[in-house]
Design a protein. Structure first.
Length: 339
């Protein structure tokens, strides 16, 4: 695998549910819509999806219930066998793996966290976290030391001997996250892991997740229906509808340049000034004079400067180096909500 190869690569992936999905896909007329497929007695859980996830990237998948986001992630891990297309992990076609090799891949390379915590109620925090290592056959001392390390990482030190019933919802979710991390996965799948939590705990868990991500640099696929959560966490966002990906792009491009009316509806209530950063507004070949603005600053962060400054163009710097310039009026338009 080359350094530039994606960690996950899906090419023209279909997942049909019905009596004879492979035959139907092979004989289906070109251009058949989601509704046409349903009228024929099938459901397109995933409809001709092609997407790559780079090593170390965090891709957030969004969509309404039934859009196909959970089905797609289950295809990535081959919890669902796909009907057509291909999915590769680090260059290996997972559809070609034997059952033993697939289990080995999941145990050693993938971590999974789902909406339901799935903790074993008769086991302590330590025993729950160490459980995947027990399944690997590791000795008791090794799995205890590794489990304690991850428990400290997620902020549960001192609660090793608690049972799940003695923990809050947020703490139980931390146990689930620790259990998925204990195997040191390269790829982390999270399916709405915070949706069952109340808003304050959810925000706390997002903060914790961002901290872990900064430390561990995993390749992450994260499912949510909360656009604010997606904007806070994602490198890129894929928005799904009826099994298909409507648009996959950076948060800033999603809100600035929605590809479809469906995506536009997702973004119309978003405060774009908090999402769009100076780097996004850099125009190739444009120059500016004076003190530069930071590339990572949002338009909202720059509000006072944008209003008081008189320059037409503002230089933009990344890590102390000028990377171009942006139009002040364009940034002001985003700040006041102009189209």
């Amino acid at each position: 695998m080359s350094a530039t190869s994606p960690a996950i690569s899906a090419k023209n992936v279909w997942k049909l549910f019905g009596p004879a999905p492979e035959h139907y896909l092979n004989t289906m007329p070109a251009g058949h819509s989601f509704e046409d497929i349903r009228a024929d007695g099938y459901v397109a859980g995933v409809k001709d999806v092609s997407i790559d996830v780079a090593a170390g990237e965090m891709l957030v998948i969004m969509g309404l219930s039934g859009s196909g986001k959970s089905t797609l992630v289950r295809c990535f891990s081959r919890l669902h066998d796909i009907t057509g297309g291909s999915i590769s992990i680090d260059g290996t076609d997972i559809g070609s793996l034997s059952e033993r090799d697939l289990i080995d891949l999941r145990r050693n390379k993938m971590g999974m966290v789902f909406q339901s915590f799935g903790l074993l109620p008769h086991r302590t925090v330590l025993q729950n976290v160490a459980f995947p290592l027990e399944m690997r056959g590791q000795d008791a001392h090794t799995r205890r030391e590794r489990a304690l390390e991850v428990i400290r990482l997620v902020g549960l030190e001192g609660r090793e001997d608690y049972f799940p019933r003695e923990l809050s919802g947020g703490q139980q979710q931390r146990v689930g996250i620790a259990r998925s991390l204990v195997i040191e996965p390269d790829i982390w799948f999270l399916d709405e892991p915070f949706s069952a939590l109340d808003p304050l705990i959810r925000r706390e868990m997002q903060n914790e997740f961002l901290r872990l991500r900064q430390m561990l640099r995993k390749t992450i696929v994260f499912i949510t229906h909360d656009f604010d959560e997606a904007l806070r966490l994602a490198d890129r966002i894929a928005i799904m509808k009826n099994g298909a990906v409507e648009q996959c792009d950076t948060p800033a491009q999603i809100v600035l340049n929605p590809a479809t009316d469906y995506v536009r509806k997702f973004t119309e209530v978003i405060d774009k000034s908090r999402v769009v950063r100076a780097q996004t507004l850099v125009v190739d070949g444009l120059t500016g004079q004076g003190v530069p603005v930071d590339a990572g600053a949002s338009v909202h962060d720059l509000a006072k400067l944008l209003i008081q400054d008189t320059r037409e163009t503002l230089p933009v710097a990344l890590d102390g180096r000028i990377i171009g310039a942006m139009h002040r009026q364009q940034a002001l338009g985003i700040l006041v909500g102009a189209e």
